[in-house]
Design a protein around this ligand. Structure first.
Ligand code: ACO
Length: 330
């Protein structure tokens, strides 16, 4: 039996207006613009306002994606929203977005695969459409990390930013769409990338607030070592599943964490840096949103055209990693 071809038929992005430059951090912590640029490639990032939550960013990206796909919110029968920074501990952010955009006919669910979340969500959307359970799925990656990292911790605060990206996933014509995917996970038992408290392991308390353990904590070098292996491994697994080689890719959209991680992956994969799309200098690490934000910007610039072969590859807390090969369909 021939399976349905599933692909992205519209993409939208949104970032908050407020720009936080590296030099702004120099006023609050012991850091420098030079350190941040040379160690990460990040120059500035966007921060949500006091009143903006993850759903607000996700809803704006969703509206842009629906416009790009030329379909209405009522046509969406499932919303899968990837985030590590939900609006509320209980009530999915996907349900809040459903209300904000008027997707009255949709089911809605959140997933958390950290910075691999966009690729995980796209993979699940593909499976639901191939199975015949759904027709038009809205995949959203949205984050307000600025409210979940410790602004006084220089090891993390300078790395992250806020943003959202959304894709409408549907059946597409033969020969286009998602060709293959790979999802992986290596349980982070040591907690190299985790928010230790504020959940059910260690609920919020005065002690938690005093020790600031309700904010993300990261052992940067351990994550770096994982990332430089995970990015090439996930991409190669997805390429193998597609029967393709690195040189078959027109472009790669990696998770935008650190330019040095992407340079290392470029060497291991023997794919020139020019094929990796980078915009982390402007937005920092936006976790679930980063791959979609990069793809959306490249589409706007006309850098991705119908028929191009692209890879989307993520890695992050969990530790998760994931990659997807697509033949671009519009
Ligand atoms: N400004 C100035 N100095 C700093 C800063 C800062 N913002 N942050 C750390 N330093 C200091 C450290 O304290 C250390 O000082 P010391 O030598 O006196 O102890 C020194 O700089 C070197 O620190 P390292 O951790 O060795 O720096 P490194 O070169 O490894 O860079 C970085 C740190 C950028 C965090 C890097 O390890 C990295 O990118 N790791 C991966 C992060 C990542 O990819 N995360 C993605 C997943 S995120 C998610 O899933 C939610």
């Amino acid at each position: 039996m021939k399976l349905k071809n599933v692909g992205i038929i519209g993409l939208g992005t949104y970032v908050p207006e407020n720009i936080m430059k590296n030099s702004d951090f120099e006023k609050i912590i012991d850091t420098t613009d030079e350190w941040i640029r040379t160690r990460t490639g990040i120059e500035e990032r966007r921060f949500a306002s006091e009143t903006e939550a993850t759903s607000d960013l996700g809803a704006e990206a969703a509206k842009a994606a629906l416009k790009s796909a030329n379909i209405s919110a009522e046509d969406i029968d499932m919303i899968i929203l990837a985030t590590t920074t939900p609006d509320y501990p209980i009530q999915s952010t996907a349900c809040v977005v459903q209300e904000l955009i008027g997707a009255v006919n949709a089911a809605a669910v959140d997933i958390n695969a950290a910075c691999s979340g966009f690729v995980y969500a796209l993979t699940m959307a593909k499976a639901l459409i191939v199975s015949g359970m759904n027709k038009n799925i809205l995949v959203i990656g949205a984050e307000v990390l600025s409210k979940c990292v410790d602004m006084l911790d220089r090891n993390t605060s300078v790395l992250f930013g806020d943003g959202a990206a959304a894709a409408v996933v549907s059946e597409v014509e033969d020969g286009y769409g998602i060709i293959s995917q790979f999802l992986g996970s290596e349980a982070d038992v040591k907690g190299v990338l985790r928010t230790p408290a504020g959940g059910t392991r260690k609920p919020l308390s005065q002690e938690v607030l005093d020790e600031r353990s309700n904010f993300l904590q990261m052992k940067g070098q351990d994550v770096f070592k994982f990332a430089v292996k995970a990015l090439p491994k996930a991409t190669l697994e997805a390429l193998n599943a597609a029967g393709m080689k690195p040189e078959d890719l027109d472009m790669v959209f990696p998770h935008q964490a650190n330019v040095r991680i992407i340079e290392a992956a470029s060497k291991r994969l023997e794919i020139p840096m020019e094929k990796f799309y980078l915009n982390l200098n402007k937005y920092g690490n936006t976790s679930s949103a980063s791959i979609g934000l990069a793809l959306g910007e490249a589409l706007e610039k006309g850098l991705v055209k119908k028929g191009d072969t692209i890879a989307l590859t993520g890695f992050g807390a969990g530790l998760t990693y994931a990659s997807m090969i697509l033949k671009w369909s519009y």
